[in-house]
Design a protein around this ligand. Structure first.
Ligand SMILES: Nc1nc2c(ncn2[C@@H]2O[C@H](COP(=O)(O)OP(=O)(O)OP(=O)(O)O)[C@@H](O)[C@H]2O)c(=O)[nH]1
Ligand SMILES: [Mg+2]
Length: 604
């Protein structure tokens, strides 16, 4: 198929075509002899598809030389109407003489909800013939069907109005049904930019991550288009030329969702949607969508809803088109049962309500935290990149069974549990994972996670060393930590999933990390349970200090002190001597030495 490139076509031909705009077909037929002759002649001269679009009064609205897939550029009116077909009819030529509608023609018609699409087979050697594609309703579904005609007269006798009537009635009954009863799956085209400022995670890996995100959100990734650019294009995100390529890909692969790897503003979303006729979302929307699916607790759901509504507020313009058109799919899911709002005023009211509710929950959480610190209960927070194995480790440490899964953002609700009592007396919290290019507003919405991190006595930074980007991921996590004001916390680096490395890779990793000046680091496999005992030891050492032994000589008449020692579970041995009990205890920094000063004999 020819592209939308008019260069090389003499201006006089373009003018001749342009002159047709506003012309109404004689006798109000679909296509009259006069226009047919012009289309034929221009096709033979230019050897390209020549296209006109008429309205329901058969008046020419716009024209193009190129193919059906590019005609909608700049014609925002062609976007879907919710309760009817568009009022447009596309008439175009096929150089080479074949009048049959191509797959691209059908999908363009479908995408634009055209009243009909007509193709004219034009060739010097064979007679001109015609096809018409119209929406056909059958057994509760609607698809474009095709009719073939040998003459213009036959074409003009076609009872188009009948089909339009049935189609509009069908759509009105069920606007979500349209053509795509089977079209529930979202076939995505990913677009990404290699920008000079992209440090850390490389574009290929970032795109792979986006691929995973889209999959987790329930979409199917069909294609991926990347471009190297000095900066993000303010109008279309990608460059204008690349946009044409996208349109081709969309047609050829029947794409119904575009996903950009960077955050888009509402103008860019609106522009891309108008140019491609395809619903467009960005990385953040996908992440929000996953959040909406995965939040389990009431609080988690509220937090997601708040984040979503906030994001939607700032991107309403773009999403508006999408929502009225598709009525579902990625970007439109909310964590609750109810549909998300598209009205600014309503959103604002909802935001206020949500914020108030979350504030109330936070107050009670804060109380808990205060209570904990009064009771001197220490907490350890698991943090790290998403999918690094935080929940798997959490389960190991606390003998729990929270959900772990290969996927992104499986955990959204922070959980707080007591550590396996054999190993100490502190609480462990599992938290939401971090990811590259996650707007910080979003993380801030996860106030519970933030609070766990903020109030924790120790952070375990879990790293998936089997991911070849683990170093960049560590950077992302550290950046987020410092952004949320927890950059100075005590951290143990936990290099996880070492079972996935070969012995050589393990050696290389150790060697590399030797150079790093990390005070506290450990290599483990949360899944296989490797080095978990050492982890318990290190945690205890950090939380309560080094264990030491001490001997106290407690007179026989001081039963209270002895009972207290028993209660603190520090007694290792008792030796009954003439002047009292010689008690050997195992103690740490938080042992109340002052209470026993008078009895202290030796530190062993
Ligand atoms: N081979 C191997 N796989 C692991 C290890 N630890 C975790 N996994 C797997 O990695 C995947 C992610 O584990 P999770 O514990 O859910 O990771 P997470 O960090 O909690 O992820 P999110 O909650 O999504 O942020 C799961 O399929 C785990 O089985 C490990 O030590 N070795
Ligand atoms: Mg998890």
């Amino acid at each position: 198929m020819a592209d939308n490139n008019k260069s090389g076509i003499r201006q006089s031909y373009i003018n001749e075509l342009n002159d047709l705009i506003g012309y109404q077909m004689e006798n109000q037929v679909l296509l009259d002899e006069y226009v047919l002759e012009i289309l034929k002649r221009l096709t033979l001269i230019t050897k390209r598809e020549v296209l006109i679009c008429t309205n329901d009064k058969n008046r020419v609205q716009w024209v193009n030389i190129g193919d059906a897939s590019t005609v909608n550029i700049g014609n925002a009116e062609m976007l879907y109407h919710v309760k009817a077909l568009n009022k447009y009819r596309v008439i175009h030529t096929h150089p080479g003489g074949n009048p049959r509608l191509s797959a691209e023609d059908f999908s363009a018609a479908k995408k634009q909800s055209l009243q009909c699409i007509i193709a004219i087979g034009v060739d010097e050697k064979i007679p001109t013939s015609f096809s018409i594609g119209v929406p056909v309703v059958e057994e509760g579904t609607m698809e474009y069907g095709q009719g073939l005609f040998k003459t213009l007269k036959e074409l003009n006798k076609f009872p188009l109005e009948h089909y339009i009537l049935l189609a509009d009635r069908f759509i009105k009954d069920d606007p979500n049904n349209r053509f795509d009863a089977e079209d529930e799956e979202e076939r995505a085209l990913l677009i990404g930019l290699d920008l000079p400022g992209n440090k850390g995670i490389e574009l290929v890996d970032s795109m792979e991550e986006l691929r995973q995100l889209v999959k987790t959100a329930g979409g199917i990734v069909e294609e991926e288009v990347c471009q190297s650019k000095n900066q993000i294009d303010p109008t279309f995100y990608v460059g204008k030329g690349k946009l044409q390529e996208l349109i081709k890909v969309i047609q050829n692969h029947d794409i119904n969702l575009i996903v950009a790897n960077d955050e888009l503003n509402s103008r860019q979303i609106a522009n891309i949607e108008a140019a491609t006729g395809t619903k467009t979302v960005d990385r953040t929307t996908i992440i929000l969508d996953i959040f909406a699916r995965h939040a389990k607790t009431k609080e988690g759901k509220l937090q997601v809803e708040l984040a979503q509504q906030k994001y939607r507020m700032s991107h309403l313009k773009g999403l508006g088109i999408v929502m009225s058109r598709t009525g579902g799919g990625i970007g439109t899911r909310g964590p609750g049962e109810k549909k998300l709002e598209t009205d600014r005023r309503h959103i604002r009211k909802q935001l206020e309500e949500l914020e108030a509710r979350i504030e109330r929950i936070n107050k009670s959480n804060q109380l808990n935290a205060v209570q904990r610190s009064k009771n001197k209960i220490k907490t350890v927070s698991l943090i790290g990149y998403t999918n690094s194995g935080k929940s798997t480790l959490f389960n190991r440490l606390t003998q729990s069974e929270v959900v772990t899964k290969d996927g992104l953002f499986i955990t959204l609700d922070s959980t707080l549990r007591k550590v396996d009592p054999e190993h100490g007396e502190y609480l462990v919290s599992d938290t939401v994972g971090f990811i590259d290019k996650l707007p910080h507003d979003l993380i801030k919405a996860f106030k519970t996670t933030l609070m766990e991190v903020e109030t924790a006595d120790l952070l375990l930074h879990v790293v998936d060393v089997s991911n070849h980007n683990y170093e960049a991921q560590i950077e992302v996590v550290n950046q987020v930590l410092s952004d949320i004001g927890s950059g100075n916390k005590k951290v143990i680096m936990i290099y996880n999933k070492i079972d996935k490395l070969t012995p050589e890779e393990q050696d290389a990793l150790l060697l590399k990390n030797q150079v790093a000046v990390e005070e506290l680091a450990l290599y483990i496999s949360a899944k296989e349970g490797m080095a978990i005992e050492s982890l318990f030891d290190i945690i205890n050492r950090v939380l309560v200090g080094e264990k030491r032994e001490m001997q106290l000589l407690i007179p026989y008449d001081d039963n209270k002190s002895l009972a207290l020692l028993h209660e603190m579970k520090v007694v290792l041995a008792i030796d009954y001597q003439a002047d009292g009990n010689l008690v050997t205890i195992e103690m740490t920094d938080d042992f109340p030495t002052h209470l026993f000063e008078k009895y202290q004999v030796t530190e062993v």
